[in-house]
Design a binder for this molecule. Structure first.
Ligand code: ZN
Length: 152
């Protein structure tokens, strides 16, 4: 895990948060945002994903000269969590520039829905102000699935 992410709980822990997690999770996402590699769009995004076990996984957007290779912060955090063996996800904070809430894109919503179709989302501006709280199924009510009504 990114060391900045490990300080998400306020400095004393090892990347864990308890359930009233919103401020710490937003802070972790804001720290992850500072690591964004976005020379083309200059739109830095950070994401912090909380597991039901209290672990936090962070991600930033990583752009590429071949634009389609670019990966969003939300999926970087998700893939970090899943590749560490995590499957039970509770909440995600996403932080980006702009006055409005930085909603995750469709592919990120679909990727998250695979594991947590009702994931809580805290959408915040770069200064850490939460502008919107949603559940994933509010933003993506009918995710793709191989079976009718899929998404666990
Ligand atoms: Zn995305």
């Amino acid at each position: 895990m990114d060391p900045d992410c490990a300080r998400a709980d306020g400095g004393g822990g090892a990347g864990t948060l308890s359930t009233g997690e919103c401020p710490g999770l937003v802070r972790a996402a804001a720290e992850a945002r500072r690591l964004a590699y976005c020379p083309y769009s200059e739109f830095a995004v950070g994401a912090a994903l909380l597991t039901t076990g209290g672990r936090v996984y962070c991600g930033c957007n990583i752009e590429n000269a071949s634009y389609s290779v670019t990966v969003c912060a939300e999926r970087v955090a998700l893939f970090a969590a899943v590749s560490a063996g995590e499957r039970d996800l509770e909440a995600m904070a996403v932080v980006a520039d702009g006055a409005g809430a930085p909603r995750p894109c469709g592919p990120c919503l679909q990727a998250l829905a695979e594991f947590a179709p009702r994931l809580r989302l805290y959408l915040a501006t770069a200064d850490g102000a939460v502008t919107e709280e949603k559940t994933l199924d509010e933003l993506l009510p009918q995710p793709f699935g191989l079976r009718s009504g899929a998404a666990r």
